[in-house]
Design a protein around this ligand. Structure first.
Ligand code: AMP
Ligand code: TRP
Length: 470
């Protein structure tokens, strides 16, 4: 099968910068009519996804999968696009050395992705390590960059915490593997959060270097940002909501940071059982009702009166409004009805209202789907029966999961479900045999087959171009 060569610059990458032209926020259109869109993204299996992941990345995955762009206005024929989503388990080896925890987190992450609307019928969801062509291409690409280039990347500096000599080689080179994840499928659209900007720039550099040296083969992929590309920590609005405070091994335990608290052993906390760690900065997609309320109650705001969207002056309150807008399916925090209560509201009252809306519109429906998937059951597509309609994206689905997929009425059940939060991942070994994972296992097997077909074909072409026997 011959491979169509794609001219350099076919998709112009343009990262959104404040006040500059060329924003791609909320836009994802193909470069020319008739070209096939290939959407690819990945997520590290580093814990239970939080609302930053959901609003910053997975929402865009859903919109691109269903529509011609993230505004949801153009429904395209899905036959002219390919959607690939990977659980980046090889990436996780850089930070999760515990095998049991890694297996469990892979299952949690895959369940979370399907819960959040990745539709297995319309896309390939797979484990990165199950398609060995990723690492093979990564090697070829690694010969096109320098260690100096990689050591300047923000995430390397942050994660090696200034002690570069102690950081593993994997941590340094994983952006090259990420570029391979993208280029292996000749992706054209990469929906990610803002924190991935540098990695996408590296991917573009590598694609250009390859095309320059060996002949045009890779399209230049375009990053696609959601309307909420950076949801901030509830405890520290100057940093992003992240999973990084979570443990990296099954034996890790009670470390306490400003945003992590350990509940008392003598009095059960409202967030769960005694002794349970709660990361207050991030709302996880399977947090209990009590945990969500607690996290919102403790969210850092300010002492100014009222509620208003002023990101520079009021980062905490503005972040709450961003969460609210995302939950309501609005495109901008300024559109939240009544401005979140405006000048007459108190931040405290607003936090309570927001907690209830987050629960009703996002956490309960997604948690319900997530739990069913973790139990091996199937769930209907989130967008079944018409989906989210216009530009706004909602999370309640059409399967009644928002209030009926599983009941969360009683306190006992809430406590049970509450265990599915951070402690969820510390339970027993789920095993690595996908045939034991029920519906989710079948989804991943099928996804692997579909991804492999494309990967094998494209890598063969790459090898031919670089002079290796295919
Ligand atoms: P990670 O959990 O770091 O593997 O991220 C998975 C996806 O979620 C990536 O596309 C990230 O850019 C995105 N993401 C992570 N944290 C946030 C956040 N706080 N706000 C918006 N997007 C995020
Ligand atoms: N590195 C990304 C993150 O930390 C996850 C990721 C892995 C990814 N492979 C990818 C994102 C490919 C986009 C495309 O969030």
């Amino acid at each position: 099968m011959s491979t169509r060569l794609v001219g350099r610059g076919f998709f112009r990458f343009s990262w959104r910068r404040r006040g500059t032209e060329g924003t791609r926020r909320g836009q994802a259109t193909t470069g020319s009519a008739g070209e096939r869109r290939v959407i690819l993204s990945g997520v590290q299996p580093s814990g239970v996804p939080h609302l930053g992941n959901v609003f910053g990345a997975m929402g865009t995955w859903r919109q691109l999968m269903r529509h011609g762009d993230t505004r949801g206005e153009t429904r395209r024929d899905t036959r002219d696009s390919l959607s690939m989503f990977c659980v980046a388990d090889l990436h996780a080896l850089t930070v999760t050395p515990d095998p049991r925890l890694l297996r469990r987190r892979c299952r949690i992450t895959a369940a979370a992705l399907v819960a959040c609307g990745v539709d297995p019928a319309q896309s390939a969801l797979f484990l990165q390590s199950q398609v060995p062509e990723h690492t093979e291409l990564s090697w070829i690409l690694s010969c096109l960059t320098t260690t100096a280039r990689l050591s300047h990347l923000h995430q390397w500096k942050e994660k090696s915490r200034g002690r570069a000599e102690l950081g593993s080689l994997g941590l340094l080179t994983y952006p090259v593997l990420q570029a391979a994840d993208i280029l292996l499928y000749r992706a054209t659209h990469v929906p990610v959060g803002e924190d991935q900007a540098q990695h996408l720039e590296l991917t573009l550099d590598l694609a250009r270097a390859f095309n320059h040296r060996y002949g045009n083969y890779f399209p230049l992929p375009q990053a696609v940002l959601s309307d909420f590309p950076r949801i901030r920590s509830l405890q520290d609005p100057s940093s992003k909501m992240s999973k990084s405070q979570l443990p990296t091994s099954t034996t890790s335990s009670t470390s306490t940071t400003s945003s992590t608290t350990t509940t008392s052993t003598s009095s059960p906390s409202p967030a769960g059982r005694p002794g349970r760690r709660v990361s207050l900065g991030s709302v996880l997609l399977c947090d209990s009702d009590a945990a969500v309320r607690l996290k919102l109650r403790r969210a850092v705001t300010d002492s100014l009166p009222g509620v208003s969207y002023e990101p520079a002056r009021r980062p905490g309150v503005s972040n709450l409004l961003a969460l609210h807008a995302a939950a309501l399916g609005l495109r901008h925090p300024g559109l939240v009805p009544g401005g979140g209560g405006g000048a007459t509201a108190t931040p405290r009252g607003y936090k309570e209202e927001l907690a209830e809306d987050l629960l009703r519109l996002v956490v309960r429906p997604l948690r319900s789907r997530f739990l069913r998937l973790m139990a091996g059951e199937s769930v209907p597509p989130l967008d079944g029966g018409g989906g989210s309609g216009g530009g706004g994206l909602t999370w309640t689905g059409s399967d009644g999961a928002s209030d009926g997929g599983k009941e969360f009425g009683s306190c006992e059940e809430e406590e049970e479900e509450g265990e599915m939060g951070e402690e969820e991942e510390e339970r027993g070994d789920v095993g690595g045999d996908l045939s034991q994972w029920g519906f989710l296992g079948r989804v991943l097997e099928e996804g692997r087959e579909r991804a492999s077909r494309v990967a094998v074909h494209n890598l063969r072409e790459v090898k031919r171009l670089v002079g290796l026997p295919p």
